[in-house]
Design a protein around this ligand. Structure first.
Ligand SMILES: Nc1ncnc2c1ncn2[C@@H]1O[C@H](COP(=O)(O)OP(=O)(O)OP(=O)(O)O)[C@@H](O)[C@H]1O
Length: 689
């Protein structure tokens, strides 16, 4: 058996490759035989907690373990002096109220450092009352705040100090205090009987920082990528969404960066482990994200394992097209040809039924739902299409859409919606569903035909369907009722609130772009608030007088990022259209002697090029530094997307989608965000500036 702390992963990640190899060898040797004579174990004499020992990995490198009876917890690895200091300044304890295992820094060490922050703040501002002075000690303890930190927490007077303190507290306590500070009333942490070491490690809050396993292959995979903490350590709400049997189609929701893709991957991995006979599918709506999910599944299950062999990771349309092509050879209809047919068939129609109306009606109603007869068009609820139509008007319009459908059929062309329907029809005719479970990421961008296909792909059962998504990031589709498409997820949802990707500063800015509450699928209203414990720079919002000025701003920002050691592969320049990006990024990169590479599914993340991508293509991805360029009036919302749309309801929906795109772009940033525009800024910026 092996017990590993998240702090071990983090410290391992800071070492060089050869040092990591030596440290990992110690872990494997210990796992094989903890009493092996070569492992020279020394008690850390000066540690307050006498259970800390070190193992000598090489001349300089020491691994810190906590020995409690026969059990050993790997806590930290680093150079000799640092390793001893780490152990001397910490203790392992079982929280006296919640029963969760915690590794806590000695309070006197933390107090000393927080005071430093307090002094610099005090010089600038008059003293404010403590943030949590009025809170009851018992309540703070119930949140998981370690006993001897309660007084310190109650003395904190500024947000800076609070954030500094939160970095040193166990995660559940940090998140609860931040929530409390921003007006929430967090519920007490779960309580399990305060028991021994082993019980304390199994507490839900402890499982996000301590990992117990007996499987050497799992350890090898986790230590292979020490930076990928998500492989092993899940937030309790993430774990809940991964493990729970919801007894029906279920979903996990949450703002950007809260780990929905992580939950989708873990859920798929759990199901693959649990269903030796069955295959399962993990699918999404973006090719680049599908590639990332595939890598994630390799990391979780091992590239060549039987479990991995059971998981099909596919872009949904690509999967459907490949399978339909086995029976027929369809050509996917391109947008320009559909435009041509609509114009031809719509000739002679009176206003307001112009080409723009027809195109929107095709996208949002006819092709969206797959209507194939006048009766279906007559009876459909045209959600999101403001203009009401009389039966006569519907009859006349249907003649146009029927002609378009015939035009496509005559050339053997299918829309992607039809490709989905064709595969669904075949599965239903055969009566053999290819998968036992289907897990969908970015599910907010499924249309009804995709949703129905997903439902048809899985053998019906309580765990057949699972969806991860965020309606705040709906960028391809019109809203519709999932219930109307035959999938009922109401009452079976879990919302994630902790942002793992971005700093508090970037998250705050991005969250202000969207309303605080948004109706989820089938009308369930959800609060969007999220927490982020990471700290960093404020986003830079930079106006420019003209294109040249914006290029200059981008150039300076890229130059600084590079000078601060951020590799080109960790930087992205995003925008609404390829042209807008190209006009700004190409000259800025050329002056720096850097190259740019457009986002693609097989892009190597360690590449030497700076990523260029539209906001659509960047969905689901993340970069250390992100510039969202051309955030001006004509680009966000994109004038071309709105210009022809006269219907107020349709305009509102398109505007929402454009706003979501902007939110998607800004939330791709982990550490740094630059937002630039020339001339009049986008109206979307008004709520965030
Ligand atoms: N439990 C965790 N521990 C450490 N890191 C995590 C954890 N969960 C998620 N992360 C990290 O947070 C980042 C965001 O996760 P992920 O992409 O799954 O979020 P998401 O909710 O799908 O985001 P988006 O909706 O913006 O695409 C990733 O870098 C991921 O590795």
């Amino acid at each position: 058996m092996l017990e590993l702390a998240r702090t071990f992963h983090r410290s391992l990640d800071r070492l060089s490759g050869p040092e990591q190899a030596v440290a990992k060898q110690v872990v494997f040797d210990y796992m094989a035989d903890p009493s092996r004579p070569g492992l020279s174990l020394h008690r850390v004499d000066r540690a307050r907690d006498k259970r800390f020992w070190t193992i000598r990995a090489d001349r300089d490198l020491r691994v810190v373990v906590l020995k409690d009876g026969a059990r050993s917890l790997f806590c930290w690895v680093g150079h000799h002096d640092e390793a001893y200091r780490w152990a001397e300044n910490r203790r392992f304890e079982v929280h006296p109220v919640t029963g969760a295992a915690q590794i806590v820094e000695l309070v006197e060490v933390v107090r000393e450092e927080i005071r430093i922050v307090e002094r610099t703040v005090a010089r600038r501002a008059p003293e404010k009352p403590p943030l949590f002075a009025g809170e009851d000690d018992v309540y703070l303890l119930s949140l998981g705040v370690p006993e001897d930190f309660v007084a310190l927490a109650k003395a904190v007077r500024s947000e800076d100090d609070l954030l500094a303190l939160c970095e040193r507290l166990p995660e559940e306590a940090a998140e609860a205090l931040l929530d409390l500070h921003t007006g929430g009333r967090p519920a007490p942490a779960p309580v399990v009987a305060v028991g021994d070491f082993a019980m304390a490690l199994q507490h839900p809050d402890a499982r996000r920082r301590f990992w117990t396993t007996t499987d050497e292959a799992d350890v090898a995979r986790a230590l292979e990528r020490p930076w990928a903490e998500w492989l092993v350590f899940l937030h309790p709400s993430q774990r809940g969404a991964v493990e729970r049997n919801f007894n029906g189609p279920a979903r996990v929701s949450g703002g950007a960066g809260t780990g929905k893709s992580v939950v989708a991957m873990h859920r798929a991995a759990e199901l693959a482990r649990a269903a030796p006979g069955g295959r399962l599918m993990l699918t999404t709506y973006s090719k680049t994200l599908a590639a990332r999910l595939s890598d994630g599944m390799d990391a979780l299950l091992g590239v060549a394992s039987p479990e991995r062999g059971r998981v099909e990771v596919s872009h949904l349309h690509a999967y459907a097209l490949a399978h339909v092509s086995r029976i027929a050879k369809p050509t996917v209809a391109d947008g320009a040809y559909i435009d041509h047919l609509l114009k031809e068939a719509g000739r002679g129609l009176e206003p307001p039924f112009d080409f723009a109306f027809l195109r929107a009606e095709w996208d949002a109603v006819v092709d969206f739902w797959g209507l194939d007869s006048f009766e279906a068009y007559r009876d459909v609820a045209r959600t999101g299409r403001g203009l009401a139509l009389s039966p006569r008007q519907r009859r006349r319009l249907w003649e146009v859409f029927a002609a378009v459908r015939q035009g496509l059929a005559a050339r053997g062309m299918l829309t992607f919606g039809e490709v989905c329907d064709a595969l669904r029809a075949r599965i239903e005719a055969d009566g053999v569903q290819p998968f036992r479970h289907v897990v969908v990421d970015e599910a907010q961008d499924l249309g009804p035909r995709e949703l129905r296909l997903v439902a048809a792909l899985a053998v019906p059962g309580p765990r057949a369907l699972f969806f991860a998504g965020d309606v705040g990031q709906r960028i391809f589709r019109w809203p519709f009722s999932w219930l109307g498409a035959g999938v009922d997820v109401r009452g079976r949802a879990q919302r994630l609130k902790v942002n793992y990707r971005t700093t508090a500063e970037i998250r705050r800015f991005s969250d202000r772009l969207l309303p605080g509450r948004i109706a989820e699928v089938d009308g369930e209203l959800e609060e969007r608030g999220a927490l982020s414990v990471l700290r960093g720079q404020n986003p830079e919002l930079k106006p420019a007088a003209d294109l040249q000025g914006e290029i200059e701003t981008l150039h300076d920002w890229l130059h600084r990022a590079r000078a601060d050691g951020i590799a080109p592969g960790e930087i992205a320049v995003l925008g609404r259209t390829r042209r807008a990006i190209d006009e700004r990024a190409t000259p800025a990169l050329a002056r720096l002697g850097l190259s740019g590479a457009w986002l693609s599914p097989d892009q190597d993340t360690g590449s030497d090029s700076i990523t260029l991508g539209t906001l659509h293509a960047a969905k689901g991805l993340e970069f250390r530094a992100v510039a969202v360029v051309a955030c001006d009036d004509g680009q966000l919302p994109l004038a071309a997307a709105l210009v022809a749309e006269t219907d107020p309801e349709a305009r509102r929906i398109i505007e929402d989608r454009e706003l979501s795109l902007f939110y998607v772009g800004c939330t791709r940033a982990r550490d740094r965000l630059l937002v630039t525009w020339s001339g009049t800024p986008s109206r979307f910026l008004a709520s965030a500036m």
